[in-house]
Design a protein around this ligand. Structure first.
Ligand SMILES: NC(=O)C1=CN([C@@H]2O[C@H](COP(=O)(O)OP(=O)(O)OC[C@H]3O[C@@H](n4cnc5c(N)ncnc54)[C@H](OP(=O)(O)O)[C@@H]3O)[C@@H](O)[C@H]2O)C=CC1
Ligand SMILES: C=C(O[C@H]1[C@H](O)[C@@H](CO)O[C@H](OP(=O)(O)OP(=O)(O)OC[C@H]2O[C@@H](n3ccc(=O)[nH]c3=O)[C@H](O)[C@@H]2O)[C@@H]1NC(C)=O)C(=O)O
Length: 337
């Protein structure tokens, strides 16, 4: 992503006129991400309805202001120097249930809000994603996934499997309802990666199921995650840092290179799962980037595989921290920028 530009004085006046008193300045973003890392948003707007979300995006586009749509902030690393443009935080959270159809505004949290609402109504299809931090919009962006229920766990299930339709603000600023095929879903992939469409709301078609079945799946999945992943509340992270390497595993490669536990400042490759970097207190984005680059170089030198980041890098980044000499090894002679 290119570095966001500071809005010109004319653009700033336009934002203030059209977004009114809800427009905020210099808003800290770290606490709004699951990593708890990143500098402030120069301009910040919290959208509480799909209409407000569409309006804010249109305003930014009309004025030519760089903007970023912030969901739960669970799959991003925000630079230490923050975001110079407009951050639109999606807090549109309404959820409606009619029969087996569940419609959610795109800022609704998949867990707990959406899953709890579906399960309370005895509806199955979303319970697999329990414990994963994400808004509905973020979930469609990345085609949220998890392993199928125990004991089989023989395949990955995707949220696209239960999506019926969604309302978008298209890249052309039109509100349009689209069906599931529009999204061209894949693993960690959707058409939203290549089109500037914004999800305003989504409708899921679920199936009735006994409450005990839903509760069992949720408990087992939470246990599976707790055994393998560092807990988000005490060890903030952005989930998997690198994309899946089919049949091999990004986490396994990093682990086999002996990088678990490696730290740079307060950022650390999780001793529990090598594809997750945790923030042990006051980690900077520059520390995380140093670990990312080191893991890429080390794994490539040892195995020939190149690790591609799965997270998005948002905003303005300070120079990468230099790793301690004893951590660098022979593969990392150029870890500064
Ligand atoms: N499986 C796991 O264990 C984990 C999975 N995750 C994944 O991370 C994602 C986290 O979601 P979330 O925290 O809400 O997202 P984020 O706030 O982290 O934003 C991530 C990206 O999602 C896009 N996005 C967010 N909302 C919308 C929307 N309404 N319409 C279009 N695009 C949108 C934005 O893309 P753009 O920049 O193009 O606008 C943004 O870059 C989920 O997909 C989840 O699957 C995260 C942690 C763990
Ligand atoms: C956490 C995320 O998604 C998770 C998702 O929750 C789970 C369950 O469906 O499957 C994936 O994890 P994963 O642990 O299987 O992914 P990888 O990091 O590629 O690991 C693959 C395999 O390597 C092995 N592994 C992993 C970590 C480690 O330290 N050592 C190790 O040996 C494990 O056997 C593991 O199963 C998703 N990660 C990716 C990159 O595809 C996320 O997207 O943020």
């Amino acid at each position: 992503m290119r570095k966001p530009r500071t809005p010109t004085p004319a653009q700033q006046r336009g934002l203030a006129q059209r977004l009114g008193s809800a427009l905020e300045r210099d808003v800290p973003l770290a606490a709004r991400t699951s990593f708890q890392i990143g500098g402030p948003a120069a301009f910040y707007f919290e959208a509480r309805t799909p209409e407000a979300l569409a309006t804010a995006v249109r305003v930014a586009r009309d004025l030519g202001v760089d903007y970023f749509l912030l969901g739960r902030g669970a799959n991003i690393l925000i630079g230490d120097r923050g975001y110079a443009g407009l951050v639109i935080a999606n807090h549109a959270q309404a959820i409606d249930i009619h029969g087996t159809c569940v419609t959610a505004a795109s800022g609704a949290l998949v867990y707990p809000d959406l899953i709890d609402a579906a399960v309370e109504h005895g509806l199955s299809g979303l319970e697999h994603y329990v414990g994963i931090p994400s808004t509905v919009g973020g979930a469609l962006w990345q085609n949220l996934h998890f392993l199928s229920p125990a004991p089989e766990r023989e395949r990955t299930m995707f949220i696209g499997e239960v999506l019926e339709s969604a309302e978008l603000l298209t890249a052309d600023n039109e509100r349009r309802r689209v069906d599931v095929d529009y999204f061209e879903f894949g693993y960690d992939q959707s058409v939203l990666h290549s089109r500037d469409d914004i999800v305003l709301s989504a409708t899921f078609e679920l199936e009735p199921a006994p409450a005990e079945t839903l509760t069992r799946i949720m408990e087992e999945n939470l246990r599976w995650r707790a055994e393998r992943h560092p807990p988000l509340d005490s060890e903030p992270s952005a989930g998997s840092i690198f994309r899946k390497i089919e049949g091999i595993g990004a986490g396994r490669l990093i682990d086999e290179c002996g990088l678990k536990g490696l730290a740079c400042g307060d950022a650390q490759i999780s001793p529990r799962h090598a594809n997750i970097i945790v923030n042990n207190g006051n980690a900077q984005a520059a520390d995380v980037c140093a670990l990312i680059m080191h893991a890429q170089r080390t794994v490539q030198a040892a195995t020939g595989y190149w690790l591609t980041p799965e997270i998005s890098f948002i905003g303005d980044f300070a120079p990468v921290t230099r790793l301690p000499a004893d951590a660098r090894g022979s593969t990392d002679r150029t870890a500064t920028s």
